[in-house]
Design a protein. Structure first.
Length: 228
């Protein structure tokens, strides 16, 4: 991995929507190396075709050792890992199983329960971030100084979760919690177009909801399978 520190203060929140009651209050938001090769000189000799060696198989994604790692929410980590480790539409959105699991594992190691107040904020990433490049895939991702799981919000508080939704899922469901984590993951991985998979949405409830819908559209099949 090649790290680069970017001195840019940023806050990303995962907001969770209130259950449709009288009004649809937006009380949820996630506030929540370039390598070039020298030109090949063929000279005057006739070119000889040589079969390229088979590409080495990418190593299988490896889960964190939950017996020794300090993980904020083990059941949700297991659910998201089970989604990302397979080749499917969801993992492909995040750059493929290897990259998706690599970044998710690093994010999980950072994630810590913190009291951020009751309400719709479920998760938050704050501070400067460091850019990394996966030398196997060439893909890049970032990690923030702090990643917080709101111990008073819909991810942990049954009282808060009971009246809120994440996308089309109840916030207290396995799907809802997994979707919250996948939303955060989308802020960390850079797409092939050079942009983050999900644009920064801190303080913008409408954009946060739109980002959640984007992730759900890519991962809905895998999320629904969590109950099987």
């Amino acid at each position: 991995m090649r790290p680069t520190v970017v001195p840019f203060a940023f806050v990303a929140w995962v907001l969770v929507m209130l259950q449709p009651c009288a009004a649809r209050a937006a009380a949820c938001c996630l506030e929540a190396a370039v390598h070039t090769a020298a030109p090949f000189d063929e000279g005057r000799a006739e070119a000889v075709e040589v079969a390229a060696p088979p590409a080495a198989a990418a190593p299988a994604p490896t889960p964190l050792d939950l017996s020794s790692e300090d993980v904020a929410d083990r059941p949700s980590y297991t659910d998201v890992f089970s989604v990302l480790k397979q080749e499917n539409e969801c993992s492909r959105f995040f750059g493929g199983p290897r990259l998706a699991v690599t970044v998710f594992n690093q994010f999980t190691r950072q994630l810590r329960p913190r009291r951020l107040g009751s309400g719709a904020i479920a998760l938050a990433m704050t501070g400067e971030y460091t850019n990394y490049q996966d030398m196997t895939t060439g893909a890049s991702y970032r990690l923030f100084e702090e990643a917080s799981l709101n111990s008073e919000g819909p991810f942990r508080s049954k009282k808060e979760a009971a009246r809120m939704r994440v996308g089309s899922f109840p916030a207290e469901s396995r799907q809802g919690r997994a979707l919250m984590l996948l939303h955060e993951l989308g802020h960390l991985i850079r797409g092939k177009d050079g942009r983050w998979l999900l644009p920064n949405d801190g303080g913008d409830a409408a954009l946060s909801e739109s980002n959640t819908k984007e992730v759900e559209s890519r991962c809905r099949t895998e999320l629904l399978a969590l109950d099987n």
